[in-house]
Design a protein around this ligand. Structure first.
Ligand SMILES: NC(=O)c1ccc[n+]([C@@H]2O[C@H](COP(=O)([O-])OP(=O)(O)OC[C@H]3O[C@@H](n4cnc5c(N)ncnc54)[C@H](O)[C@@H]3O)[C@@H](O)[C@H]2O)c1
Ligand SMILES: O=c1ccn([C@@H]2O[C@H](COP(=O)(O)OP(=O)(O)O[C@H]3O[C@H](CO)[C@H](O)[C@H](O)[C@H]3O)[C@@H](O)[C@H]2O)c(=O)[nH]1
Length: 337
């Protein structure tokens, strides 16, 4: 947890992907502590209305020259938070070229641009999807990384690239392997707005609200207690806090780390539907469907290293609170549609 006397006053941050779901929450957390988030985003998936706490620089990280120019314009910035990427797992399977370009090439451009400026601290959004199928739960950071999906493979390639830049050019980094980001800020100002939406909780909320006739549960014969997949849901504001704690860890001398950001608590897909029904008071109509390509049976974190290295303990991630905050955001948004 950050303590009340910790401040980011006087610090500017480049937040690549700051117009997206997690990025906008990171920007708000930086501003809440007095820092200034400078969003670099091409708005391919993010929203200009989510950029409320600092400037928006419209730049496509696939464009090396434009990326270099944008970084040089803010050459005093020390810390870069890199969240920009393609995230839709199914698209990655069908269009790997686009995925490697937008994730791996863009990350290389960002790292090269950092080398041209004073930025020598990187906080990178990686994912539990880099681990792949394994029975070894909860997942420790030293677990073999053998991703199933193209999405996970691109993230692992970036992790390796960052490690190489650390060794060769003294880049300091924290790679945060988030588990399932979920929930929304208490303010209702920002929340999950993916298009298309593929994530379980917002889809279940849409089904409860009657905005889709029925949803599908992908896979009901997995080797789990109720036959559906197990995931580790972490509130987006807890994820945002992990970035702030990473910055303070750099201040204390941390040079590099790979860290899981999860709760350690497995929740099944059917349990999510039940909690959505309890929170909303509405039924969630669903059909059983075959497993989705690229999915693994279960993924949940060992969060010991996050506590030891960053002092991270989730405080918003009770599953009812996650679904309540998501429901508040979505119902307000739908009222304005
Ligand atoms: N949502 C999750 O559950 C989850 C879990 C683990 C890791 N992550 C990672 O966290 C990060 C953020 O995820 P999110 O859910 O907020 O996604 P998002 O799609 O809401 O945000 C990504 C942002 O990056 C921007 N972007 C994409 N390509 C770009 C490019 N070439 N140049 C500039 N900007 C570009 C998009 O416009 C968008 O604003 C991603 O890197 C994702 O892989 C997400
Ligand atoms: O309509 C749906 C949507 C999802 N699911 C199931 O719900 C579970 C969770 O799926 P999500 O799409 O919500 O999230 P994932 O676990 O697939 O998350 C993956 O994609 C994310 C990026 O979008 C993150 O990177 C994350 O780390 C990575 O594991 C999976 O079993 C999925 O099959 C359904 O049954 N029906």
């Amino acid at each position: 947890m950050t303590s009340p006397h910790q401040t980011l006053a006087g610090r500017d941050f480049i937040v690549a992907g700051g117009a997206g779901y997690i990025g906008s929450h990171v920007c708000k957390s930086i501003a809440d502590l007095g820092g200034v988030p400078i969003t670099f985003d091409n708005l391919s998936a993010g929203h200009a209305h989510a950029v409320q706490w600092g400037p928006l620089v419209d730049v496509d990280l696939r464009d090396r020259e434009a990326t270099s120019q944008a970084f040089n314009h803010y050459e005093h910035v020390k810390t870069v938070i890199h969240l920009a990427s393609s995230i839709e797992v199914g698209t990655g399977e069908k269009e790997p070229a686009q995925f490697y370009d937008n994730n791996v090439s863009a990350a290389l451009n960002l790292l090269l641009a950092m080398n041209e400026t004073q930025a020598d601290r990187l906080i990178f959004s990686s994912t539990c999807a880099t681990y792949g199928e394994t029975q070894n739960m909860p997942l420790v950071e030293t677990e073999l990384q053998n991703p199933v999906s193209v999405y996970g493979k691109t993230k692992l390639a970036i992790e390796h690239m960052i490690q190489s830049f650390h060794k060769a050019y003294d880049l300091k980094y924290v790679t945060l392997r988030y588990f399932n980001a979920s929930g929304a800020d208490e303010s209702g100002l920002i929340g999950e707005e993916h298009n298309p939406e593929t994530h379980l909780i917002p889809i279940a909320l849409e089904a409860a609200a009657g905005r889709r006739p029925k949803m599908k549960i992908f896979g009901t014969n997995y080797q789990t207690p109720d036959g559906t997949c197990l995931r580790d849901y972490i509130h987006v504001n807890d994820i945002a806090e992990a970035h702030i704690l990473s910055e303070f860890a750099f201040d204390k001398g941390l040079t590099h780390a790979e860290v899981n950001i999860g709760t350690g608590r497995p929740i099944s897909n059917l349990e999510i539907l039940k909690t959505v029904e309890a929170v909303t008071g509405l039924a969630v109509p669903f059909d059983a469907a075959p497993p989705r390509a690229g999915d693994v049976t279960k993924l949940y974190a060992d969060s010991g290293r996050a506590k030891a290295v960053l002092g991270f303990t989730p405080s918003h991630s009770d599953i009812t609170n996650i679904i309540k905050t998501a429901w508040r955001f979505h119902s307000q948004k739908w009222n304005h549609d």
